[in-house]
Design a protein around this ligand. Sequence first.
Ligand code: SAH
Length: 427
Amino acid sequence: MVQLFLKKGREESLLRFHPWVFSGAVGHIKGTPQEGDVVSVHTDKGAFAAVGHYQQGSITVRVLSFEPCSIDASFWEKALRKALYLREACGLAVAAKQLDCFAPLAMTDSSRSSAREDPLAVTPHPSPFTSCYRLVHGEGDFLPGLIIDIYADTAVMQCHSIGMFRARQDIAEALLKIYGNRLVAVFDKSAGTLSSKENEGAPDTYLYRVADPRGEVVENGYRFAVDWEMGQKTGFFLDQRDNRKLVEHYAQGRSALNLFCYTGGFSLYALGGGAKLVHSVDSSQKAISLLNHNIYLNYPLSTVNHQSYTADAMEFLRDAAPNDYDLMILDPPAFAKHRGALHNALQAYKRLNAAAFSRIAPGGIVFTFSCSQVVSKVDFRNAVFSAAAISRRRIRILHQLTQPADHPVNIYHPEGEYLKGLAVYVE
Ligand code: SAH
C-alpha cells in the first residue's frame, strides 16, 4: 500500500476524526499512487493515522478507517451492515432479520387494479409504511464519496470519488450479501457525479439485475414512481421525508403552492393533509409528467384539486396574485455549488423568499429551504430575515428544519449538515 506522510503537525484534524486530508497537509508520498488507490496516511514521524482513498485535487485522501485495516469484501460488508443498523434504529428499515417485510410492497397486478376501483384501498394516510431510505450518506456513514439509496427492491449507488467508483462492484456484492433476494437490482448512477476523465466515460448502468425493478416506493403511505435512470440525483429526494410530513400536518383547508415540486413529494402530502387546492410548479417537463403519474397513483379518481405547471418558479410567483395561496413550499435546487457562488446564491434566496412573503395571504405558512452545502444555517436565516424585512410583514419562525435521520451528520464532519429550512407564519 502506498504511504502518504503529512507535514509536521498536520495530523490534528485526523486526530479529531475529520475524514479528509487536504493537499496542503501532505508532506511526501512513498510510492506512486493511482487515482482511487487505497493509501495509508502517517504523521511526519511515521505514526499511522488513517487509511483512505487517494485522489488528486484539494481533498487528497478521503478516510475510510482510522484503524489499520484492509479495504476488502469484509470491510464493505461490515460498513454497510452498520449503516443498515442505524436505519433500523430509526425505524426506517425493517430489521435485517425481517427483511421479508418488503413483501407488502409487492402488490400484485390484481390488487393494484382493485385498488383503482376502490379509492379507500389506496388512500395513503392510514399506512405509515415506508419502503425507501438512504442507506449510505457519505461522511455521515464514515464512507466519504458514497451515496446509496434504497428504493424498495432496488439500490441506487452514486459515487462522488474515484476510489468509491473503483470499488463499486465490491460494494454491490456487499449489498447483495446483506439484502439477499430482497434486492432485484443495483444501479450505478455516477456518470453525472464524476467527470469523464474520472470514470473513463463509463455510463450509468446496472451492476446487478435479476428482474424488473418495481420502480415504485411508498413513503409514509404515499406511493411514488421513481425513475432513477433518468430522474434527478438518485431519482427521488428522500431528504425531505420529515418536512413533507410536517406540510401534511399544516395543510388542512389551505391553498398550497409547491414551487420546485420535482415529482410532487410535498404536493401529495399537502393533498393528503386536506389542502383544498394544490398548484405544483417545476421547470422540468419530465418531473411534471412523473408528478402527474404520482397524483394518479394516489388519487386515481381525480377527487383532488391539483394543477401542475411546467414553468420557472420565480416567474410563476411574480405572476401570482396576492393572497392566492396561504401555504407555500420553496425547495429550490442548490443555488450555490461552491464558495465562489455564495454571494449570488444568498441574493437569490432573498429574492425568492421576499416574493413569497409579499404574496402569501395573511395567516399563511411558508416552508422555505436551502440544500446548498456552502450556505450555512446562519447565512440562510439572514437571507430569510432580509426577505422578511423587504416584505414588511410580521413573520415568526414555527419550525427550524433539517435533513432526516437517514442522512446523519458525522459530528466530526459538520459540513455534512446541508439541508436547512424554516417554516414561518406570515401575518
Ligand atoms: N421538493 C422536491 C425536490 C426539489 S429539487 C421534492 O420534494 O421531491 C429542485 C427542483 O427544482 C428540481 O425538480 C428542478 O427541476 C427544479 N427547478 C430548477 N430550477 C427551476 C426553476 N427556475 N423553476 C422551477 N423549477 C426549477
